[in-house]
Design a protein. Structure first.
Length: 152
């Protein structure tokens, strides 16, 4: 079973964040520069929200606001749901689905150690399925057949 910690280990612990008092435009610049879909919103050392492209689309554009005049705190998604690194990816997907978030922070002993996106999880599942299919193919093709299993 694939654990959240396994994905974080492969992906790395890069965490991009912004303050709730920063302007949304700055957040958008960071998202574009880093080619990511969400930023953690951290005030001091406290995780207070998540700002995503989805937040921008739904809370700025559709409401006629300006990203240069709106602070991240007005747009961020809260509450923040997090997951422990020992949880498996099925539990992570269930949390993300139930909370309608596409990004989830990973917290171990109160410390933020990474963030996972739904894309990270899907990629890991694709790799796992490819490996399983390859192993099955090797077993069937290179299998240890006896003559009694062969058709004449």
């Amino acid at each position: 079973m694939i654990k959240v910690a396994d994905i974080i280990k492969k992906k790395g612990r890069n965490i991009y964040s912004i303050s709730s008092q920063d302007m949304a435009y700055i957040a958008l610049e960071i998202l574009a520069e880093k080619n990511i879909g969400a930023l953690l919103v951290i005030d001091g050392e406290k995780l207070v929200g998540i700002f995503s492209e989805r937040d921008y689309a739904r809370k700025v554009i559709l409401r006629g606001k300006s990203s240069r005049d709106t602070i991240v705190g007005e747009l961020m998604s809260t509450p923040v749901f997090s997951i422990h690194p020992k949880k498996n990816i099925e539990e992570c997907m269930a949390l993300m689905t139930a909370s309608h978030y596409r990004h989830v922070p990973v917290i171990d002993e109160g410390k933020l150690i990474g963030i996972l996106s739904m894309g990270d999880i899907v990629n890991e599942l694709i790799i796992a399925h490819k490996i399983a299919a390859s192993d099955l193919k090797k077993y069937v093709i290179g299998g240890e057949y006896s003559s009694e299993w062969s058709s004449s």
